[in-house]
Design a protein around this ligand. Structure first.
Ligand code: ATP
Ligand code: MG
Length: 349
């Protein structure tokens, strides 16, 4: 079935010219009864109408469409595009042109959505950043002003205030180092230097550095019984130390008093090793699980248990593992506990 919607301008011109030529031909034939003249009339009307309609369609419809196309592709036509406009657009049906415009609109909508998302992300980032800096800077300002106002005279008070100042300066330095590292990881400036090492040995070393913090909460740290036989991995040891340090210190910070932190190491498909750090602490609400890897994101319970964290640790862990071509995930149940797991390349022993 012929449909105007699916026809090219040439087909429309042909059909309209044909329809226009028929009545004249019939009239001439009926009046004059001369088939020769009737055919000449048909040919003349048909050709003239076809040329005229094609010209009009091209001049007033397709030129405008070409303009819209040029606008859509935001370019001055190059040689290749000229060919495209000249030969392909006139062959396109109105429906195809419609589809092109719809695709363009959808593409633009996606771009706009991305821009809106980035804008919101930038706003939130600045807000979080100023919030994180405000607390220690205002505290330092308070201590220094009090010292200058006379607290310096009493050595014991002076020492206490200076210690608190030092703690806040330390927090600021920590924040800046983390931010600097995230920026470098995002720009791809941090090089991953892989070497083989035994995973359990590194876990043990990190446990030892966190011993005092764990003892304060009577938390015991151990490697799971079935995971004790040494497993060789191939990764950047210092960066993985950083990942483990954050995961283990989180497990202690957000772990319950008298609880335990367990590390497990599993060989998966022969190419990869899965490392898991499990605690029996406050847990993370299900709705917030996907967000904990975002910069600055902290849960309500997390904030109330630890006042000094900035919510950058997990974001750094994710970047480090992505730089290794690996991934990190989390599962958790509120008030039961949390498990963070990540994969690494295995080194055949
Ligand atoms: N083991 C865990 N149990 C419960 N909540 C956790 C655990 N690990 C992380 N979280 C939640 O995820 C948030 C983000 O963790 P992340 O390590 O990125 O930041 P942080 O520990 O708060 O600060 P820092 O930048 O010093 O690491 C935490 O604030 C906490 O709310
Ligand atoms: Mg942390």
């Amino acid at each position: 079935m012929f449909s105007f919607r699916n026809s090219s301008p040439r087909q429309i011109a042909l059909l309209t010219a044909f329809l226009l030529a028929i009545p004249e031909t019939l009239i001439l034939w009926l009046v004059e009864h001369k088939i020769g003249w009737a055919l000449i009339c048909f040919a003349t009307v048909f050709v003239m109408s076809y040329l005229l309609i094609s010209f009009m369609l091209d001049r007033f419809v397709y030129r405008q469409i070409k303009l819209i196309y040029k606008f859509i592709y935001k370019t001055k036509a190059t040689k290749r595009e000229e060919t495209y406009y000249k030969y392909l657009i006139p062959k396109k049906t109105i429906e195809e042109v419609g589809v092109d415009v719809e695709n363009w609109a959808a593409e633009n909508e996606m771009e706009l959505e991305l821009l809106r998302h980035n804008e919101q992300f930038r706003r939130e980032f600045l807000q979080n950043l100023s919030h994180e800096f405000k607390t220690p800077v205002f505290a330092i300002q308070g201590y220094v002003d009090t010292l200058l106002d006379g607290a310096m005279e009493d050595p014991a008070t002076a020492k206490r205030f200076l210690e608190r100042t030092a703690k806040n300066v330390h927090r600021l330095t920590h924040l800046l180092t983390d931010l600097d590292q995230i920026a470098k990881l995002e720009r791809g400036e941090i090089v991953v230097t892989k070497e083989p090492f035994v995973m359990q040995e590194l876990i043990q070393e990190v446990f030892e550095t966190k011993l005092t913090k764990a003892e304060k909460k009577q938390i015991s740290c151990r490697i799971k019984k079935e995971s004790e036989s040494p497993v060789l991995v191939f990764a950047d040891k210092e960066k993985i130390r950083q990942v483990l340090t954050n995961l283990i210190s989180n497990a202690i910070k957000y772990g319950k008093q008298g609880g335990e932190v367990v590390a497990s190491v599993y060989k998966t498909d022969g190419k990869r090793i899965l490392i898991e750090i499990t605690d029996d602490g406050v847990g993370i609400p299900e709705a917030e699980l996907p967000r904990v890897f975002e910069r600055f994101y902290r849960t309500e319970a997390g904030r109330s248990m630890d006042l000094t964290g900035s919510g950058l640790g997990l974001s750094i862990c994710k970047h480090i593992l992505e730089a290794h071509g690996q991934s990190i995930h989390v599962r958790s149940t509120e008030n039961i506990g949390t498990t963070f797991g990540f994969t690494l390349e295995s080194k055949p022993d």
